[in-house]
Design a protein around this ligand. Structure first.
Ligand code: AP5
Ligand code: MG
Length: 192
């Protein structure tokens, strides 16, 4: 089973992907984390993308497509991927569909976590002290939210039309959300 999970910054994509990955023995593929690792390792790519991420903008579609391709093309992860924070715009939706098709796979479940800007600000300010992400300050969190809003509508529309989209209320507690997602995956697994 391949799952897409998307939502604004602080919506709980990472938290829920981590939970699902453990419970269902899937692999969490977070484009944000892969990009941060490039920056931490001071690779050429890392140097190119650092200011883009710290400004709350999207890295180029080609860069993220190359990152996810490594996983989609690897048989070890075949039908075991959770796309955490990918796709974020219509070009990425198409790139993902093409790559999956090429490697004889598809998306089975798409989850959209919805949260308000007020909640985002609160969660990011809380996390700031724990994780020290350079893009975790209020100004950039708002910018990340705006970037999300600007690009996400066609993504939502695409997955609605493909009948894959489930909207989950990200304002609930972590456990409530995990339970809801588990129920959905369990009901779906019966059909696989
Ligand atoms: P990314 O790392 O994906 O950041 P993001 O989208 O801003 O999302 P976050 O990781 O901040 O939030 P999350 O939804 O994972 O929430 P979390 O579980 O941590 O991307 C970073 C950057 O990389 C982007 O801005 C862009 O520049 C670039 N990038 C990434 N993907 C890209 C792509 N596809 N294309 C182009 N560029 C890309 O939770 C947040 C906090 O809240 C945590 O402390 C958590 O413990 C807490 N929490 C979670 N759920 C709950 C809950 N239900 N109740 C209370 N607290 C909760
Ligand atoms: Mg995350």
């Amino acid at each position: 089973m391949n799952i897409v999970i998307f939502g604004p910054p602080g919506a709980g994509k990472g938290t829920q992907s981590n939970f699902i990955a453990k419970k269902y023995n899937l692999h969490q593929l977070s484009t944000g984390e892969l990009l941060r690792k490039e920056i931490k390792d001071k690779t050429n790519l890392g140097k190119q993308i650092e200011s883009i991420i710290n400004d709350g903008n999207l890295v180029s579609d080609d860069v993220v497509s190359d990152l996810i391709k490594k996983y989609i093309s690897d048989n070890k992860y075949k039908n075991r991927l959770i796309f955490d924070g990918y796709p974020r715009n219509l070009v990425q939706v198409k790139n993902l569909d093409n790559l999956l098709k090429k490697y004889d796979q598809k998306i089975n479940v798409v989850l959209k976590l919805s949260v308000s800007l007020k909640t985002i600000k609160f969660r990011i300010s809380e996390r700031k002290n724990l994780e020290q992400r350079t893009d975790d300050n209020e100004k950039i969190a708002i910018k990340r939210f705006e970037t999300y809003e600007k690009n996400i509508e066609p993504v939502i529309e695409h997955y609605k039309q493909s009948n894959l989209l489930t909207v989950v209320n990200g304002e609930n507690t972590i456990t409530e959300i995990s339970d809801k997602i588990s129920d959905l995956i369990d009901s779906f697994k019966g059909w696989l």
